[in-house]
Design a protein around this ligand. Structure first.
Ligand code: ZN
Length: 244
């Protein structure tokens, strides 16, 4: 309980908070970390593919149908709603604090909760564009089998629709990255939630933080705990419920 009190004090005193989130914050919304998902076993070819390989740019080009097979079953959760943790940080903002969110998640739940300054460094499943003409499509269009050839969503022009999700082998969006970096650099408090900080580039972002208090909330210890002012090893939904 002492750690919760300490966290409460840090948040009360903070003026500019940057929340950095990973898969852990969306687990209470029913979204598992796709990196822990099983790969895709293809019966025809008889080989097993790791998730990291499936969600790569070259795999998308070579095996578009298998990509969407995995993508639709493991990465898109149309019914998912923001949970108490997403809502808590949106409420803090409404209460008058400056709160920015930098997230590795692609579920769009921080914006759905009402946070206004969100940097989705790995993109979002909610945005999709035709690879030929650029036309925008939402997630429900992409998920609707009527709009697909097999599993592959097609534009009205016949082009393949690609999710605005950063795949392995693809660069991050420069403007999102620079927004995220300046949000981190200008914060007096950084709260890192639900990420083991081993996935690039999460760990490298922390070094831009120059503020007073660095807090890490994760189920398991991370390699950054030694530089944190406070580390809490607990589910974020449970931490937030105690803060209220
Ligand atoms: Zn098109």
């Amino acid at each position: 309980m002492e750690k919760i009190e300490e966290l409460k004090r840090i948040i009360d005193e903070a003026e500019r908070i940057c929340v950095f989130t990973g898969a852990g914050i969306s687990v209470p919304s029913g979204i598992p970390d796709f990196r822990s998902a099983d790969g895709l076993y293809n019966q025809d070819s008889g080989y097993n593919v790791r998730p990291e390989e499936i969600i790569s740019h070259s795999f998308f080009l070579r095996h578009t149908d298998m990509f969407f097979d995995f993508y639709k079953s493991k990465m898109v959760y149309p019914g998912a709603e923001p949970n108490v943790a997403h809502k808590y940080f949106a409420e803090l903002e409404r209460a008058g604090k400056h709160v920015s969110v930098v997230t590795q998640n692609i579920d769009g739940l921080h914006s759905a909760a009402g946070s206004s300054e969100v940097y989705e460094i790995h993109g979002s499943v909610l945005r999709n564009n035709c690879t030929r003409c650029g036309k925008f499509y939402d997630a429900s269009y992409v998920m609707n089998p009527d709009n697909c050839d097999g599993n592959i969503p097609l534009c009205s022009c016949g082009g393949i629709i690609k999710p605005d999700v950063v795949l392995y082998e693809e660069p991050l969006d420069d403007s999102v990255v620079s927004g995220a970096v300046s949000a981190i650099a200008s914060a007096d408090t950084m709260i890192i939630i639900g990420t083991s900080l081993v996935v690039y580039p999460a760990a490298s972002y922390v070094r831009y933080f120059r503020g007073r208090n660095l807090v890490i909330i994760n189920l398991e210890p991370t390699q950054m705990d030694s530089i944190a002012n406070l580390a809490i090893y607990e589910d974020i939904a449970s931490v937030v419920s105690k803060l209220k």
